[in-house]
Design a protein around this ligand. Structure first.
Ligand code: SIN
Length: 299
């Protein structure tokens, strides 16, 4: 029997009707992976997975991230939560190491653009919601690329973009201290092609607020191009806005979609638990290029 699903918006997102035990069994894992690739985000209502169930579901779909994801300026390693579960909260008592990096979540982004192989997908479930705001938005970067004129696609395929932590975070905290900026600056800066040629044969835009500049392009032209593409890719027709209910589980494809959280009450205690699946393909063979510190340009 095919998976029972309903489209959430024309170009992005499907709600999948499946029981928690069937999802955890892994019997439908290959169909779920294929649907995730096609629809960008999958919603499962009423599952309310606890941490061990979230890990178990993640493991049916891919390689659960356990190890280090970030390193601070003083060489300290930040691990991806306890045994693969990261608590996403602005409250530093809930997640003292990560809360200060989450300010950038309000801006459109892909996760892990500093990594050679960006994460494949995220599993996300609420533990506490804000009474106001806090919806999560998603934008389909396959569809945004597909709709561009052929000539423009060919031009964009020649370009590469430098992704930096300071480009990702500075717009969210323009009153940062010099010390904060120095920590952001200490992160690896990664050069990725602007267009991802996936091994499936599909192509998507590699867009994120972390995209600081286009390699070799005049800074003004580069800024205009990245802004214009961001505006293009986040038009309503490419996006889905998710209004959370307790019990929801959402899985998003990090390789063909951007996401952002809408403003919410910082004192609300909004808290989600997240499991991340490690990536399975680099954006291209050239993505392993780190940008040497000597030629870095700040955002
Ligand atoms: C994220 O940007 O990774 C989290 C989005 C959210 O908190 O809704």
């Amino acid at each position: 029997m095919p998976l029972s699903c309903i489209d959430l918006s024309p170009r992005m997102g499907s709600e999948v009707k499946i029981t928690k035990s069937e999802l955890m069994s892994g019997r439908r894992a290959s169909e779920i992976r294929a649907l995730l690739d096609q629809r960008g985000i999958l919603l499962f209502r009423g599952l309310a997975p606890d941490d061990s169930e979230l890990r178990a579901i993640a493991r049916t779909l891919g390689d659960l991230r356990i190890g280090a994801a970030k390193r601070t300026a003083d060489g300290k390693t930040l691990t991806e939560g306890e045994e693969g579960i990261l608590k996403v909260s602005l409250d530093e008592t809930v997640n003292p190491e990560y809360a200060r990096f989450l300010i950038g979540n309000h801006l459109w982004h892909m996760d892990g653009t500093y990594e050679e192989i960006p994460p494949l997908a995220t599993l996300f479930t609420p533990f506490r919601l804000s009474k106001t705001g806090g919806d999560t938005m998603f934008a389909n970067t396959y569809a945004a690329f597909d709709d561009l004129p052929d000539g423009e696609k060919a031009e964009l395929e020649k370009l590469r973009v430098v992704h930096t932590m300071q480009a990702a975070l500075f717009p969210a905290k323009r009153d940062c201290t010099p010390e904060e900026f120095a920590v952001w600056y200490s992160y690896p800066q990664r050069l990725h092609p602007l267009v991802w040629h996936h091994r499936s044969g599909r192509k998507s835009l590699v867009l994120s607020t972390s995209g600081a500049y286009v390699e070799g392009m005049h800074p003004a032209e580069s800024h205009d191009l990245l802004q214009r593409l961001m505006a293009h890719a986040t038009q309503e027709k490419y996006t889905y806005r998710h209004k959370w209910r307790m019990g929801d589980l959402v899985i998003w494809d990090n390789t063909g979609a951007m996401h952002r959280v809408m403003p919410f009450d910082r004192e609300s205690g909004r808290e989600f638990h997240r499991a991340t699946l490690n990536g399975e393909e680099s954006v291209t063979a050239t993505s392993d290029r780190l940008v040497p510190a000597s030629i870095r340009v700040s955002a």
